[in-house]
Write a protein that binds this ligand. Structure first.
Ligand SMILES: [Zn+2]
Length: 298
């Protein structure tokens, strides 16, 4: 959604509340009168309005507000400020910049952005890929550990201070990434079995860890990294350029945050996955749809 169209959502607090109300109780903007509020506890539609703007359920007597039990309840921002925060998140401002723009403290805006990232993670639905997929692993994190400058450099697949990530990309489709404990043949196979339907064609690099794929019901083709750029393969399809493109896309996004703690890393990784998979869609609409959902009990 362009800033120009967004402007009418943030004309006033009541306009912003109406937008959230429509997304929450009608699943999108729609037209016509505001939809009736539904109780988040029992889903009965017969809630009546209270003087303070909240509702009380006629069936179970539960009192709820516009943001009750949604991801937006994570911090006390007004509907208008929330819409701006979501817009600035869509535009990829880091929390600190967004806080300055909105006049909101850093801890508050960080809590808001973390709630958005948690919602994205919770909304990520595992897909079963089929047909042609690329599989690859990559390491995220600093180029070298912070405290061991003099130590011998890690080489090849052994990079203990980095976070290993396994990715599957469907040709002309979506990507799905997972933080893995290690990049052993066993881990990579387990993730592939979970994500890719047997019988699919899997492209990987030449690493031996992928050798077992052919024994597990996959058609497996390896890319020869050395020859890839100089001599296209006979079919022209044996490459993992899609996934390598995603790795640099995700690493570029993470760089902006100047170091993400390992604990929060999965949130930022899934955010990159979400942005990539929905890059041709209206992200603001997607974000609002997800954020007004009830927070699942964990
Ligand atoms: Zn109820």
């Amino acid at each position: 959604m362009s800033i120009r169209n967004f402007q009418r959502f943030v004309r006033s607090e009541s306009a912003a509340s109406a937008v959230l109300h429509r997304y929450r109780f009608a699943g999108g903007l729609g037209r016509g009168p505001l939809p009736v509020a539904r109780c988040p506890r029992c889903a009965a539609p017969g809630a009546y309005g209270l003087a303070d703007g909240r509702w009380r359920c006629g069936a179970c007597r539960y009192t709820f507000g516009l943001l009750t039990e949604t991801w937006l309840e994570a911090c006390r921002l007004s509907p208008l400020t929330w819409l701006w925060a979501i817009k600035l998140f869509e535009l990829e401002l880091v929390a600190q910049q967004a806080g300055v723009q909105l006049g909101v403290s850093y801890p508050t805006i960080l809590r808001a952005f973390t709630a958005i990232r948690r919602a994205l993670l919770a909304a990520a639905e595992p897909t079963l890929f089929r047909r042609e997929v690329e599989a690859d692993e990559s390491y995220f994190g600093p180029r070298r550990p912070a405290r061991s400058r003099g130590a011998p450099q890690n080489r090849g697949r052994s990079t203990p201070h980095k976070i290993p990530v396994f990715g599957i990309l469907e040709r002309h489709g979506r990507v799905q990434v997972t933080v893995v404990h290690d990049c052993s043949a066993e881990s990579l196979l387990r993730e592939t079995l979970r994500t890719v339907k047997r019988g699919s064609l899997v492209y990987t690099d030449r690493w031996g860890g992928y050798d077992t794929l052919a024994f597990c019901g996959y058609r497996h083709l390896r890319v020869d990294h050395g020859k890839r750029f100089s001599r296209p393969s006979a079919t022209g399809k044996v490459h993992i350029n899609g996934l390598e493109g995603f790795w640099s896309y995700a690493k570029g996004k993470l760089l902006k945050h100047h170091g993400v703690s390992p604990r929060k890393f999965p949130l930022y990784l899934y955010e990159a996955q979400f942005r990539y998979n929905h890059r041709h869609e209206d992200l603001f609409d997607r974000l609002l749809t997800i954020l007004v959902r009830p927070v699942p009990d964990l």
